[in-house]
Design a protein around this ligand. Structure first.
Ligand code: 2PG
Ligand code: MN
Ligand code: MN
Length: 559
């Protein structure tokens, strides 16, 4: 095709047949760690996953799911769904948003780009608003990047800056938000000393304000809009430190779910609503939880909630969050160009695909899997099914989530024999793990295991193949540990619950009656990671992977 000679056609695998039904199961937040009471996967009754593990080393192994194996800046970066599913689907390791932003800030190139020049037009007469997650978790954003951006904005002429913070407690320990706000306040004070009118203007907890994803609950985005744009919120405070301290006094409060608040002056006026002529930057690099706010800020036609006012602003994302929608149209740093993903190849090679999860993870097996691209490659070859998630609750209340419904859809898709690949994400270990509720996470792990069993049973019936893996750790370790690995105690002597992902590797298992005899994991890819899975799955569909993909994890030995 074309003068480059590029072709979508994959070479036949020399030994493996085509046409097998392959179930691709991703357990979200399911890492491998030493067995102890804070390892919910270990404590839970998980006979299916235990059975798979017995296939080691030929049919079960561990793969890397964090740090440089998934394109993150350092080995101290925990894995996450975006980079994990990108790697699983794309079969190559791309420098991810976190790293690209680091590079653009360090070189100063961020200030020479189209996006920054676009917002800079507002600096003389308008306010620069920065909206995003205040955290050093490195999953969606990083505080050090925000601080550099603030300084760079000042150096480039910003005179009035308002920061709209979202508190974390999900990628970092609950309760750390106060410290992050204090750090930010110090920097804003320095800017004020240099003559910049810089202040925090509003805030709220990430899971309750702004950072919803996959259109699960637009109310979340609306709460943010009211505070950030309209300057209206149920809680008003003179400073953000006071806001967080006071709001956290409620025994049920936590950083993830803090209610929205606005900062007001002595007259009770909001200090930083967004108005005509202002510039807005959403400073998260990760896509999923920025797409909804980006739509609200950018789209002229918008009917998801009543915006009341739609200010004429210049808006840029830290990155472009959706490559297919080209959203937002202005951005400070170009996202990784993830192209020629396994999903696109397989569609071109006649592989029919079914993908399913519930809303909170639906985009993981579609959008992230396909390189941050929404929609189908070819609607005649693919079917994506979204099961509506429960909304308005925290998932420890219903830890079973929709795992069984997802497994039923997968089972039906497998038994229909209409698809060659049936791909699901089972969210429980991750979503319940993030609540920090150990009892509920144990229930979550058990139901995820039940769901895997249902899918494996269906594969058994059709003579298919299964691949069971995970995108990163979470449920296997629920306690913050010191360097030696011992649980860390706080001042009162109680353990500190870990709500975040981990640095642990994840399991991968293969099997099923359709797996050709002699297929086993190679032992010469000891550092294999999530990016090696795509070539593996292509092989199981009967194809060789493209030569620039990370190597397959399997080999076929002649018996
Ligand atoms: O909920 C999220 O946004 C992240 C944690 O910040 O989790 P995951 O990467 O598993 O989606
Ligand atoms: Mn995940
Ligand atoms: Mn998660």
């Amino acid at each position: 095709m074309g003068s480059t000679g590029f072709s979508w056609t994959l070479a036949d695998h020399p030994k493996l047949p085509k046409g097998k039904i392959v179930a691709m199961v991703v357990l979200d937040g399911w890492g491998e760690a030493s067995p102890n009471q804070y390892n919910c996967i270990h404590v839970a009754d998980t006979p299916t996953m235990d059975y798979l593990k017995q296939g080691a080393p030929e049919k079960w192994r561990l793969i890397r799911a964090h740090g440089t194996a998934v394109g993150l800046p350092t080995e101290d970066d925990m894995g996450n769904s975006e980079v994990g599913h990108n790697a699983l689907g794309a079969g190559r390791i791309y420098a991810q948003g976190a790293k690209l932003v680091d590079l653009a800030l360090a070189s100063g190139k961020i200030y020479e780009g189209e996006g920054f020049k676009y917002i800079k037009e507002c600096f003389d007469n308008g306010t620069l608003h920065l909206i995003g997650l205040l955290s050093d978790g490195g999953v969606h954003s990083r505080l050090d990047q925000l601080l550099l951006l603030l300084k760079g904005a000042r150096d480039n002429g910003a005179k009035r800056i308002r920061v709209h913070i979202l508190t974390d407690g999900r990628d970092v320990l609950d309760g750390t938000s106060v410290g992050f706000v204090e750090t930010l306040e110090n920097e804003l004070e320095k800017l004020r000393e240099k003559g910049v009118d810089a202040q925090i203007a509003s805030g709220g907890g990430r899971m309750y304000v702004t950072m919803d994803r996959y259109e699960n609950d637009w109310e979340v985005v609306k709460r943010g809009w009211d505070a950030q744009v309209l300057g209206e919120a149920p809680h008003k405070f003179m400073t953000a430190v006071e806001a967080i301290k006071r709001l956290r006094e409620d025994p049920k409060a936590n950083d993830q779910y803090l209610p929205p608040f606005v900062i007001v002056n002595e007259d009770g006026q909001a200090v930083g609503p967004i108005v005509d002529g202002d510039a807005v930057v959403t400073f998260n690099f990760r896509a999923d939880r920025m797409v909804m706010i980006a739509k609200a800020l950018e789209y002229e036609d918008f009917d998801k909630f009543d915006r009341v006012r739609f200010p004429k602003i210049r808006y840029a994302g830290m990155l472009q969050y959706d490559g297919e929608l080209k959203l937002p149209s202005h951005f400070l740093v170009s996202p990784p160009e993830i192209e020629r993903t396994s999903g696109e190849y397989l569609v071109h090679n006649g592989v029919r695909t079914f993908a399913c999860s519930e809303t909170v993870k639906f985009g993981h097996v579609t959008f992230f899997w396909n390189g941050n691209r929404s929609g189908y490659f070819n609607p005649d070859m693919e079917k994506y099914v979204e099961i509506p998630s429960d909304s308005g609750i925290t998932f420890n209340v219903r830890p079973k989530m929709k795992a069984i419904e997802i497994a039923e859809k997968a089972r039906d898709a497998i038994l229909s024999r209409k698809f060659h690949q049936v791909r699901v994400n089972l969210p429980n270990g991750d979503m319940v793990g993030h609540t920090g509720d150990i009892e509920a996470t144990i229930v979550a792990c058990k139901v995820a295991d039940d769901a895997v069993k249902m899918i494996l049973d269906a594969i058994e019936q059709v003579g298919g193949i299964y691949v069971v893996t995970a995108d990163h750790g979470n449920a296997e370790d629920m306690v913050k540990r010191d360097k030696s690995g011992k649980p860390q105690l706080d001042k009162k002597g109680t353990i500190q619950i870990l709500t975040s992902h981990t640095l642990e590797p994840v399991p991968i298992a293969i099997g099923g009656p359709g797996l050709a005899p002699g297929v086993r994991f190679r032992n010469d890819v000891p550092n294999g990671g999530l990016a090696n899975v795509a070539a593996t799955v292509m092989n199981l569909h009967g194809f060789e992977a493209p030569s620039d993909y990370e190597p397959t994890l399997i080999e076929v030995i002649d018996n």
